[in-house]
Design a protein around this ligand. Structure first.
Ligand code: TPP
Ligand code: SF4
Length: 283
């Protein structure tokens, strides 16, 4: 018993404060919002990467998720709705030594920013893109987004959404991203490991993160709590890629895969651009 107590004492609690900007707190997120849980996994992944705070540039567009960079003590840019990828590309080209991390919502990345998203993936520029997919536009009051499930209620689909869903991971892979993964705010420890792998990857890495907006999506769709949403969409709505082959088809059907879905190597954009400059100089 005494040995156990001593061992417990040795483990210092994780120092989140080191990564936060206390003057920017309290944050704007509603109780039960998934974005805070994701921030925790993200901070832990960055810490595990061994990168210093100055080596990171975090860029976002507009939305509840896009508020994240304001709260963290890295180089940060809070830009325009859907345009974070363009700013992030500029930062990476000007300072290729930085690790660029883009934070975006499903609306930000896949609707207004969809064009920028696919061309960033196509170029394979070295940056990590996190798409917080809560099936709705949270910040502006719950309009439906490209990830809103068919039949779901949003403030702009009062009788049920009739539009098919964009699969963010399929889209990223088809567009050329060289690392594609999916995580959830429920499986936050797995998420931390997945984000770490994404940060370590050279090229465009995309992680779609299923999280919850209890205030709009939950309320409109009669899901009574954040916990109920996490149970429905994240715990029971996803299957790990590591388990999928062992499960009968009926346990997999209709579920989203989580984990690393795609990882390949391909020339990285900044390096190719640099080669071009060197060639041009030599001529
Ligand atoms: C050009 C432009 N169009 C529309 C808006 C309004 N707007 C701000 S955030 C947002 C949606 C954000 O939703 P999402 O990206 O899914 O992030 P969440 O808030 O759910 O985290 C919209 C439509 C804007 N700020 N700029
Ligand atoms: S409106 Fe939704 S997405 Fe925005 S902070 Fe609240 S719960 Fe989160």
């Amino acid at each position: 018993m005494a040995v156990q107590t001593a061992a417990k004492k040795e483990r210092a609690p994780f120092d989140y404060d080191r990564y936060l900007r206390p003057k920017k707190l309290p944050h704007i997120w509603c109780p039960g919002c998934g974005h805070g849980i994701v921030l925790k996994s993200l901070i832990r992944a960055i810490d595990a990467s061994g990168l210093t705070k100055d080596q990171i540039c975090m860029v976002s567009g507009i939305g509840c998720s896009s508020r994240t960079p304001g709260y963290v003590d890295f180089n940060t840019l809070h830009t325009l709705h859907g345009r974070s990828f363009a700013y992030a590309t500029g930062v990476k080209l000007a300072k290729p030594e930085l690790k660029v991390i883009v934070i975006s919502g499903d609306g930000d990345a896949l609707a207004i920013g969809g064009n920028h998203f696919i061309h960033t993936c196509r170029r394979n520029i070295d940056m990590t893109i996190l798409v917080y997919s809560n099936f709705i536009y949270g910040m502006t009051g719950g309009q439906y987004s490209p990830t809103t499930p068919q039949g779901a209620i949003a403030t702009t689909s009062r009788f049920g959404n009739i539009e098919p869903v964009f699969d963010c991971c399929d889209l990223a892979k088809a567009a050329g991203a060289t690392f594609v993964a999916r995580g959830t705010s429920y499986h936050c420890q797995d998420l931390e490991k997945t984000i770490l792998e994404a940060i370590r990857h050279k090229g465009t890495s995309v992680v779609e993160i299923i999280d919850q907006c209890p205030t709009y999506y939950g309320r409109l769709n009669k899901l009574r709590s954040a916990t109920e949403m996490m149970e429905k969409f994240e715990k029971n709505g996803t299957v790990s890629v590591k388990q999928v082959d062992k499960l009968p088809p009926e346990k997999v059907e209709g579920k989203l895969l989580r984990g690393i879905l795609h990882r390949v190597e391909r020339p990285e954009y900044c390096e190719e651009y640099d080669k071009l400059i060197q060639d041009a100089k030599g001529k």
